[in-house]
Design a binder for this molecule. Sequence first.
Ligand code: ADP
Ligand code: MG
Length: 662
Amino acid sequence: MSEKQLSASMDRLRYYSGKLAPAITLTVGLIVVPALYLTGSIGIETVNMFGRFLAFAILAVSLDLVWGYMGILCLCQSLFFSFGGYAMGMHLALHGPLDGPGKTIPRALYVVSSSVEGIELPWFWQPFNSLSVTLLLGLLIPGVVAIIIGYCGFVSRIRGVFFAILTQAITFGAWLVFCRNDLMLCGTNGLTNFVTLAGFDLTDPNVKLALYLVTLLTLIAVYWFCHVIVTSRLGRVMVAIRDNETRLRFSGYRPYVFKMLIFVLAGMIAGIAGMLYAPQANIFTPKFMEVKMSILAVIWVAVGGRGTLSGAVLGALAVNILYNQLTTRMPGSWPFVQGGMFIGIVLLCPEGLMSIWRRWTKQSSDPRGQASDEVVHRDAIDQRSPVADQGENAEDEYRKRLARLRVMQRISPGTSELDCVLLRIEKLQVEFDGFKALDIDSFTANHYELQVIIGPNGAGKTTLCDVISGKTHPTAGSVQFAAQEITGKSETDIARLGVGRKFQTPTVFDSLTVYENMQIASPGRQELKQNLWSKETDDEGKQILDILRRVRLIDHVDLPVKYLSHGQRQWLEISMLILAKPMLLLVDEPAAGLTDEETALTAELLLELQAEHSIIVIEHDMEFVRLLNAPVTVLNEGKVMAQGSLEELQSNPEVIEAYLGR
Ligand code: ADP
Ligand code: MG
């Protein structure tokens, strides 16, 4: 076989193995395992063990939804699992052997609480007599606890390691409580003596096989449900939260609403996993609330590959099967293997086992499973700076652009359509621990006016943007926008009123493509319900493409944003702002780090934009300010030092002393 033929066959093999993977997994789970059991090759205990591991896989998928996709490391997923497990365990214990004076107390409870005088079945056990109520509570209890934890954590913006510590502390607290005998939940012994479930004998091998199949089918259903979520608009918002929650807030979203929804759904899914685990394990103890267990779930997802649903399933199954094999064959070696495996994965394969598989099948490294791979886009990466390396053509283009700019400049100043004030700042003061960062008596911006604010480093330019966009609340004074007082309003509210903000360093969503970034910024899409069902309209798509064409990003629509050049990221962020049609655009240092050609293009874009928006540009680069030819305000040590055209200011001795002269 020639080398070419060999490579073609390899490619075909890769392609089909990528396509066939889900089918093979289903065949193994649904047919091979039951067939092996029915032909006597494996015992029912092995099938039962797989059933428990599949319940762990459901738990891992739920954690991956929160951690992998939204970037929130949550260490209470095993607590939600335990709530489900306890709900089902109580139902099973109530239908097992009963003890006590009137034979009403489950044996497991009677054993640990028989010293209590006049013992009766506690009231909270009663509802678990019914299977349907148990199933409902197994979903609702984790759901309600998730709402409480989510509300406290997300609304007060607890993030990162603090959220992880908070959730770990809650789980640890629950473990301490559940270990107590006087809680009347069987203490450290846990719930035991499970005999029947819905009238079926739990010791019957056929019932065990049925439980295995039910768990497998539930895993498939959960996987499909999560797949629908992560590939939808909602899924893109989840990834956007992971990439840059702040940007999302300044685009008018309330990230906590989305976080709450996913966190609660994930909590309920973990509850389902617990309910499926309990009857297969025949015991449910507080050990699932131990610190070790929360970390274990994280290890499964990390080993498999966070941010991919199949990674979570693979990780949970692989680690547990390995654990089972090692603890039976080489007891004592497990802690070393587990530690080594975790370190090995972090060092050698940080994206988890799934990334090896993806590389083999050349599937996307993109968490949303689309075919927009690093390899596919290598050509585009090579063109990182499309305007910089084109030799003479670039020179010509640059000269033409400068000529166009000069034409546009002539129509810019003083030709506002509306002469009323859009933004009015009065007696504004901002203090940081006694240090006065801003002290502005009066500053205004009119409709359709382009203004530039300059000033030395630390003058308070970014702080002014922060105050207008709601990131920082002023110590005193007032900010009015479109005749409304906006002092003290949140970033989201101000963004929805029509203030768009570009940050000093470009803030975009790195894992999403250029087009998906724009989709997130589409106007009228910031509410949760607008992200659940409604599909993108043709008009929305057209607007996005029009703007991308204008900023010369049209050839990169499907490229993940992490591969864009610095200038392209700046333009993308500006494009996202324009798409949202804000009345006022705050643009913080748009020319920082750009080539001359890119700087001219940015100036051209801003001049074009003033036909539709008011714009405040903050800039350091004098060449750029000259290109804009707009009224300039000089800020120095938090105060407005002078206002006028750049020429006037350049001859102002005070300004020269403070800034220009240096
Ligand atoms: P510029 O953008 O003009 O370079 P900034 O607005 O970033 O300046 O900063 C103005 C001053 O306020 C600086 O001295 C900076 O150290 C201070 N400052 C800005 N933000 C904070 C903050 N969150 N806490 C304390 N000091 C701050
Ligand atoms: Mg700044």
